[in-house]
Design a protein around this ligand. Sequence first.
Ligand code: MSP
Length: 613
Amino acid sequence: MAAGRALLSSHTGLAAIAPLSSIGSRAKGLASSIALLRRRCPSALVSTSARCCSRQQSEGAVEEVKGHGKEETFVLTTPLYYVNAPPHMGSAYTTIAADAIARFQRLMGKKVLFITGTDEHGEKIAAAAEASGTSPSEHCDTISQSYKMLWTELDIAYDKFIRTTDLKHEAIVKEFYSRVLNNGDIYRADYEGLYCVNCEEYKDEKELLEDNCCPMHLKPCLMRKEDNYFFALSKYQKTLEDYLASNPDFVKPSFRLNEVQGWIKSGLRDFSISRSSVEWGIPVPNDNKQTIYVWFDALLGYISALLGEGEQPSLQQALNSGWPASLHLIGKDILRFHAVYWPAMLLSAGLSVPNMVFGHGFLTKDGMKMGKSLGNTLEPKDLVQRFGTDAVRYFFLREVEFGNDGDYSEDRFINIVNAHLANTIGNLLNRTLGLLKKNCQSTLAFDSSVAAEGIAIKDSVNQLVEKARYHYENLSLSSACESILEIGNVGNLYMDARAPWSLFKQGGACPELAAKDLVIILEATRIIATALSPIAPSLCSKIYSQLGFSKEQFESITWDDTQWGGLKAGQIMAEPKPVFARIENSDEEKRNVVFPKKAKDKKKSLRQGLVEA
Ligand code: MSP
């Protein structure tokens, strides 16, 4: 929270700016803000038009609803990344998670708008450009491009990439600023406080370490005295308090809601939204001696990103194309900006607040947040080159419970992806296809629905798929992976229990039973590939291809394809090829291979219960 003293000053040229003391007289504006909040649908993760419908039915539909199409759109965003340095694994983490959620929502049949981008203004960026000996705009072009390249390497299928140096964004920020100004929520004052350039935030002395060091960046904050424009955040204290009390799903996970409520309760202070000392930024409308504070600029990227190519850059136009967002995915360090400042700013401008802000934890190294400022980062490019995109995506989403912190260890990385992707899934598929080739000319002899008649495995798989869907819906990505992997465990146990290789050698009905068993296991791997496709798209595409489907068929799958019965008699499988190459590591033999806990515990009961329905 902004520390220091905001001193109302008697600057000239402020006729349009209402002083803080007049805030009480603007009760009407505030009352309509509350109405805006109340009109929001309470349920979590409802997509834009679903909420629009209910809003339109209520009296005095809000402005931004007009003209918005009927089709449901799930709008989700990553933070816009600072371009002071190229991306590291910490920045990639949010984006991978967002991509998995976007892909899941698409599978569910939703129209999705997945927004990401770069935050390019401010002191920190200007300093980085200077250090690299380039102009700020050249520097931003280079780093912004490196983000885009990494997203391609990581299979990130975003729909919009917004740069805060885009002209259309600047127009939106200025229009938004004017709206807030007209609502009387901006005033001018002198300000003195301790500033952390890396956080781009004034700090309270009590939250700092020795020598006024920022606890996040371990660098001393600097005393600053400036004449700035302020946003009247304090005015929204009660509104936000009431809103969070009646909409607990606004901040997730729920333990972060408590944190946000604590901040609000301890008192909201107005914060400065301009800098007189920073040139690299959007000029304040009507005062080009000041630039707009990076956060008052960057948050608006979530709205300016909605504009289509060549569209009139007006707030109304942008809002019509998908506001409010369904989900802002962010790291816990920027929760205050998204769950306190941002809703208050939106209310001040007469706009709806997003449906949900999810604050995930940090990737840490030796317990410290991985970051550009501390220089303890992990290079996502190196990881992708050494282990492949699917391994990187799977490991971080499976290993770190979304919402909590997680420490990286290479040993664990190799153990997990080898055990889960190479063994449990890849090997199961490969050995089943090998048996099918040897005994059935790589052709399925039965429909999977017929093969599974009276067999309990089908129900187990259906239940696990349902669990995975539930976890995806609740953004519990690690648990979703766990449920899907459990299908692989079930498949392996079934294979071992039935031993089809031996049945093929026996007489009577045995070879037919063995052929059915292979269909059953392949159907389970097809379901795994469907359900896991948001997490490891390229691996799942390979599985589909091994099962004899075309790329187009894979690309048109939906969540309904997780239902049992997709594989039909006569389908010809591809030549068996491993879908995930085991990562070699000389130390590996010494390590314990990790199996999911639940699978281990359940091993015995599964073995007994799988075969007979
Ligand atoms: N520019 C602001 C966001 C503006 S959004 C309108 C910003 N940028 S950032 O590049 O510093 O951080 C972007 C995101 O990366 C944040 O959500 C942050 O939490 C996340 N991460 C950066 N390091 C991280 C880890 N070590 N682990 C997980 N996420 C981390 O803040």
